[in-house]
Write a new protein. Structure first.
Length: 347
C-alpha cells in the first residue's frame, strides 16, 4: 500500500503496524517525520530495541537474516532499520529481502518490524521483482521534493501543528526563503515559535524581520542591496556569501528573478497601469526597493541586463569560470546601472 508522507502518521493511528515499511526519497524533512512517527509507534507497541543496518559494500546479508531471527535481550520484539545507500540491494540482497519479507508476512507473531529506506528511486527499481515482492506486504512511502503550492500547504500545516498562525503571504515568503528545503522551513518555524504565540498573526513583515535577525548573510539581503542601488554594500555581502559556500548559480538565479520582476513592473507602467505588487508577491517591505530600481533603470536597460544575466547563466553551466563571484559582482553593478554597452562578462 502506498501512503503519502503527510498521511503516514494518521495511517499509523488507523491501522496496526505492517511487518515492513519502504521509505524512499531525497526530501529529508519528510523522511525524518515518517521515521520519527514510526519509531514512536513501534516503541509504544513494545519494540524497545532498535537495530540499524547499512547495506554498503562491506555488508553481509546474513546480518539481516540473523537480526530477524535473534531474540533481543531487552524485548521480545525487534525493530530493524535497513538503509540501502543506492536504493538497490543487488542480486543477493534482492533474494534475501524477498525471503525475509515473505517470512515476516507469513508469521502470525508480529514481533519483527523492518524499515527499508534509501534515496529517490525510479520506475526501474519499483518494477523490479524484489521490490514488487516486498511492497506487496509493506507500506510504501516516497518523499518527493515539494515546490510551490505543495510546499506552501506543508508549511501551513506544520505551522498549525506548532501553534503558529501564518498569513498566506507569510507562508508564501517562507517557501521563497527556503527554496523547497523543508528542513530550512521547519527551522524557521521553530525560531518563530520562540517569538510568537498562537494569538498573533504572523505576516510577511514579521517573517522578513525574523530572517534579517540571522547572523549569516542571505542571498535575499544581497538582492535587496542591489535593488536599492547600494552596490558597495551588496558586494561586501556577496563575498561573505562566497566564504560561506553559497553556490554562485543560486546567487545568479536571484538576480535573474529580480530583473524579470523589474521587467514585469515596467510592462505595467508602459500601459499606465498600477503595479500589482501584492499579486506579484512583492511584499510591502520591498516595494520601495523596486521603485528605487525602476527610477534608475528604464525598459531598454532592463532588457539588456536580462540578456547579460542569461549569457552569464550559460557560461556558468557550460564552462568553468575561474572567479564566478567576480562575475556576479560585475552583474550586480549593472543594476546601478553601469555602462551596459561596453560591459564584458569575462571575469
Amino acid at each position: 500500500m502506498q501512503i503519502k508522507p503527510n498521511q503516514f502518521s494518521s495511517q499509523l493511528e488507523k491501522q496496526p503496524l505492517p511487518p515492513v515499511v519502504l521509505l524512499f526519497g531525497d526530501e529529508p524533512q519528510q523522511k525524518l517525520d515518517v521515521i520519527d512517527a514510526l519509531r514512536s509507534k513501534a516503541k509504544s507497541e513494545g519494540f524497545e530495541e532498535r537495530q540499524t543496518l547499512t547495506a554498503d559494500a562491506d555488508f553481509e546479508w546474513s546480518q539481516l537474516i540473523e537480526a530477524t531471527q535473534t531474540m533481543s535481550l531487552f524485548s521480545d520484539k525487534t525493530y530493524i532499520e535497513l538503509t540501502l545507500p543506492t536504493g538497490k540491494p543487488g542480486t543477493q540482497g534482492a533474494k534475501v529481502l524477498s525471503e525475509v519479507v515473505q517470512s515476516l508476512n507469513d508469521s502470525q507473531s508480529a514481533d519483527t518490524l523492518l524499515l527499508i529506506q534509501g534515496p529517490k528511486i525510479g520506475k526501474d527499481v519499483q518494477n523490479a521483482k524484489w521490490f514488487k515482492s516486498v511492497s506487496s506486504a509493506a507500506w510504501f512511502c516516497h518523499c518527493y521534493e515539494l515546490q510551490g503550492n505543495q510546499a506552501q500547504q506543508w508549511i501551513q500545516q506544520r505551522a498549525q501543528q506548532k501553534g503558529l498562525k501564518l498569513s498566506v503571504g507569510a507562508s508564501a515568503l517562507l517557501v521563497e526563503l527556503s527554496e523547497g528545503n523543508l528542513l530550512a522551513a521547519n527551522q524557521e518555524l521553530e525560531k518563530l515559535m520562540l517569538r510568537y504565540d498562537e494569538s498573533q498573526l504572523i505576516d510577511e513583515e514579521k517573517i522578513s524581520q525574523a530572517t534579517v535577525d540571522q547572523s549569516r548573510f542571505t542571498v535575499f539581503q544581497f538582492t535587496d542591496e542591489v535593488l536599492g542601488g547600494n552596490v558597495q554594500r551588496a558586494v561586501k555581502i556577496l563575498y561573505r556569501l562566497e566564504s560561506e559556500g553559497i553556490e554562485p548559480n543560486i546567487v545568479l538565479w536571484s538576480l535573474v528573478k529580480e530583473a524579470q520582476l523589474l521587467e514585469q513592473c515596467w510592462s505595467y507602467r508602459a500601459r499606465n497601469e498600477q503595479i500589482p505588487f501584492t499579486k506579484m508577491r512583492i511584499w510591502a517591505s520591498k516595494q520601495s526597493l523596486y521603485n528605487s530600481a525602476l527610477m534608475r533603470l528604464d525598459a531598454p536597460r532592463i532588457r539588456i541586463l536580462i540578456q547579460h544575466l542569461q549569457d552569464a547563466d550559460t557560461m556558468l553551466k557550460s564552462q568553468a569560470i575561474e572567479k564566478p563571484f567576480v562575475l556576479l559582482s560585475h552583474l550586480a553593478l549593472l543594476f546601478l546601472p553601469a555602462d551596459l554597452e561596453h560591459f564584458s562578462l569575462i571575469a
